[in-house]
Design a protein around this ligand. Structure first.
Ligand SMILES: Nc1ncnc2c1ncn2[C@@H]1O[C@H](COP(=O)(O)OP(=O)(O)O)[C@@H](O)[C@H]1O
Ligand SMILES: [Mg+2]
Length: 319
């Protein structure tokens, strides 16, 4: 899809359910990105086109929801041998039925490179989620082995806080045996993700997993290795940019975050700036590029109109 084609979709993004279109019998909550219905069988997760940064909902991006959902499905399908996932069935391009799990109260972040908040902590001489790193490391340097840097799952409107594995276990947030299994699984998933992306000329820099329990069994939930939950760089330019001490070329949400900081001096506080269409287009193109580069497939949209999407979900909820 080229830029001109995407332009036609700027006004037909799916921003989610309005309260009046939710059937009165359905239990409904709206996350930053997903609209969630509780059914007898589980949950219906609809990935809208909403985009958030700094934990604020800012705008909608053409095809974002569909791309995130299809990418997660791609990864879940390919990691079933590592861990079972929450998927029950696909309802539409953006909407899936999942098993409702008891989500562990930690976001499991795995980092392959010293960047972002880990780099900021390191520069200030702080340990990164309780891990002391060797001195003399450079910005965006690769770790010899990936690091697990969990954070607590904050309540709505709050920011997540880093927490060490030792604290997770000592405070009883997650039972020790289970936490060891989470760590091992997260590192295995990260290795698989890194290898897969490497074969596509990309670097999985860091990512966030959410795990849950279903009948006592550990399962992976939420989303996986998407541009919303991960930092992804182009591999070909990595060495040169690293040696020059410069920023990396990324294919993730960082573009919008940088635009907000540099053009609008916005870091989450105060009034939400208007996101111009040309920026929304650029962001959409990046999601499309990410889809194509990760899956190796051309992106051919399958999204329904907002009206038909709502109809399809309501029909599903009635079955
Ligand atoms: N299988 C599942 N069972 C229960 N909760 C889930 C499952 N998968 C995802 N979730 C939860 O659904 C929410 C997804 O919506 P999202 O818009 O991403 O929310 P958030 O604003 O918290 O990021 C998250 O809170 C996530 O923990
Ligand atoms: Mg989320």
């Amino acid at each position: 899809m080229d830029k001109m084609d995407v332009m036609k979709y700027l006004d037909s993004t799916f921003s989610g359910f309005k309260a009046e279109s939710v059937p009165s019998s359905a239990k409904f909550v709206s996350g930053k990105v997903r609209d969630i219905f509780t059914t007898e069988a589980g949950l219906v997760l609809s990935t809208t086109d909403r985009i958030s940064a700094f934990d604020r909902i800012l705008s909608t991006i053409p095809f974002k929801g569909e791309i995130l959902n299809r990418l997660s499905l791609f990864w879940f399908e390919n990691t079933g041998n590592i861990i079972p996932n929450h998927i029950s069935e696909k309802i539409t391009a953006r909407t899936i039925a999942v098993k409702k799990c008891e989500v562990l109260p930690v976001e499991v972040v795995v980092r392959g490179y010293l960047t972002g908040s880990a780099w900021r902590d390191y520069q200030e001489g702080k340990a990164v989620s309780g891990i002391e790193l060797p001195s003399g490391m450079k910005m965006n340097q690769r770790f010899d082995t990936p690091l697990l840097t969990p954070s607590t799952k904050a309540e709505q409107g709050e920011h997540d806080m880093p927490i060490s594995s030792a604290e997770i276990v000592s405070t009883g947030l997650v039972e020790e045996g289970l936490w060891r299994k989470v760590e091992k699984t997260a590192l295995e998933l990260f290795e698989f993700g890194s290898d897969t992306l490497a074969s596509r000329g990309l670097i999985l820099v860091d990512t966030k997993y959410e795990f849950g329990l279903l009948g006592g069994e550990l399962v992976i939930v939420d989303e996986m290795h998407t541009p919303d939950s991960s930092r992804i760089w182009y591999a070909d330019t990595y060495p040169e940019l690293f040696n020059a001490g410069g920023k990396q070329r990324e294919i993730d949400k960082e573009y919008l975050r940088q635009w907000l900081i540099e053009e609008k001096n916005f870091m989450g506080k105060g009034e939400i700036p208007q996101i111009p269409d040309e920026v929304r287009l650029e962001v959409s193109n990046r999601y499309i590029q990410a889809f194509e580069q990760i899956t190796g497939e051309e992106f051919i949209p399958e999204s329904l109109s907002s009206e038909d999407e709502i109809k399809a979900i309501i029909a599903y909820l009635k079955t």
